[in-house]
Design a protein around this ligand. Structure first.
Ligand code: GLN
Length: 446
């Protein structure tokens, strides 16, 4: 097996046992990143530093040190809105094109303590606004499975890098779907943990009440491993994919919401598969589901305009910003201005309260919920300028963010050769449970 085909868990085990050297692992991934340059997944590749770090791990192994680290020698890519000490952190914006943080974000520090090697910073939509990675100041990410299609966004570089085998694990951020949606488009596992489960210090986020560090991996087992590292939660039992006897809800609104034929078939098939595995599938209702995406846009823009004041105070050259960021700032200003404050902002805040209660309510009778991740497979590059397209992208995702619940997208089926994702939404702090359901679905299509 090629090194770049290893899972993070097996790579770490092979490095710990001495079967693969950390330098060989890092070199193999760097080579793959170089080969795939045209995909544009990385804004910065930390080749020299990563090789130095690998040598250090190698030396420590020789000295019999650091052998109990969970991610020993495992290369990890980090979205470029997560601060890395001494390494440029641009948020894919010309405004921050020279910004080099002094210190690591808490999640990066945790990765390093677990033995991981930061291999580079991934491309994204500017300041994480977008669903296609087309709003990056450094150019679009090209989907590894079809270079004329998008990889999704805003964590498109992270998802595509994992899909292409340029790295076994990557971090992204997810405010309204930015990890789950590119995971679906690229055919990988994308976990958005419970709001607050992962320390956000050092993440350049603009929507503090929703944004969450998320993660991308090839398998649900790797997702659990990475989650235990970045959340600091120890003692999470391994998952075996046994779901017999659990109850999974599907809201009738999930059937009504727009989706392509392929996505509809995959969703139906996922329901059938869970039933065949002994899951009790029940129909529930989330009446305010369709109000989720508009409320998300009002609230996230309002928060962003406020948060952005701090960025602009330090970096005043706003003429360097791209159009989408400017549009969001304008939206944020409008929805909080004068009468709009009550009509739009307060109404959206009410919708959020209702949606949260509705999700909590159905999750009091179900162990998890199942729905498509996105309404379509990866769209052609250039298509996202169509607002209808953008709407279809995030309608299954944004309500979950409003409610602060954990959710994972796992690949399940294909349409015209392109991957489809299904989303499993869990109770607060039930990351392990949703990853277990995800594993059961992925095992069923192996
Ligand atoms: N696509 C959504 C948006 O454009 C979500 C972005 C995100 O989660 N950062 O706002």
């Amino acid at each position: 097996m090629k090194i770049t085909d290893y899972t993070a868990a097996s790579l770490s085990a092979a490095i710990t046992s001495g079967e693969i050297t950390p330098t060989a692992a890092v070199s193999a991934y760097l080579e793959k990143i170089r080969e795939d340059r045209q995909l544009n997944d990385f804004i910065t590749v930390c080749a020299d530093q990563a090789l130095q770090d690998a040598e250090k791990v190698e030396q420590d192994l020789k000295d019999s040190k650091r052998t109990d680290k969970k991610l020993l020698g495992v290369p990890v890519a980090v979205k470029d809105n997560i601060c890395t000490a001494g390494v440029k952190t641009t948020c894919a914006s010309r405004l921050l094109s020279d910004f080099v943080p002094d210190s690591d974000a808490e999640v990066v520090a945790r990765l390093k303590r677990a033995g991981a090697i930061i291999i580079g910073k991934t491309n994204m939509d500017e300041f994480a606004f977008g669903s296609a990675n087309e709003y990056s100041a450094f150019g679009c990410v090209r989907n590894a499975l079809d270079i004329d299609r998008v990889a999704g966004g805003s964590s498109g570089g992270s998802a595509n890098a994992v899909a292409a085998g340029e790295v076994p694990l990557a971090l992204g951020t997810d405010t309204g779907g930015s990890v789950r949606q590119p995971a679906a488009f690229c055919g990988v596992v994308g976990l958005k943990p419970t709001y607050g489960a992962i320390d956000r210090r050092g993440v350049i986020g603009l929507c503090p009440s929703m944004e969450q560090v998320g993660q991308l991996s090839k398998t649900c087992d790797d997702a659990l491993l990475l989650f235990s590292v970045v959340s600091g939660r120890d003692g999470l039992r391994d998952i075996d994919g046994n779901v017999r006897g659990i109850t999974v809800g599907v809201a009738k609104e999930f059937f009504q919401a727009e989706k392509s034929d392929g996505v509809r078939q995959a969703f139906d098939n996922a329901i059938r598969t869970l039933k065949s595995l002994g899951v009790n599938v029940v129909e529930v209702s989330i009446p305010s589901f369709f109000a989720g995406l508009p409320a998300y846009h009002v609230l996230s823009s309002a928060e962003a305009v406020h948060s952005f004041k701090k960025v602009v105070a330090a970096y005043p050259h706003t003429e360097l910003l791209g159009d989408e960021v400017k549009r969001r700032m304008l939206t944020g200003a409008v929805v909080t201005d004068g009468e709009n404050y009550d009509k739009l902002y307060i109404n959206a805040a009410k919708v959020r309260t209702v949606i949260t209660a509705e999700y909590d309510n159905v999750l009091s009778v179900c162990d998890a919920l199942l729905c498509p991740t996105t309404a379509t497979v990866a769209t052609p590059i250039g298509g996202i300028t169509d607002p209808q397209q953008e709407h279809m992208c995030d309608s299954y995702l944004a309500p979950v963010s409003l409610a602060g619940l954990p959710a994972v997208s796992v690949p399940f089926g294909k349409e015209n050769g392109l991957p489809i994702g299904v989303q499993i939404i869990g109770k607060r702090n039930a990351e392990r449970d949703i990853l277990n359901i995800g594993k059961s679905l992925m095992n069923a299509v192996k």
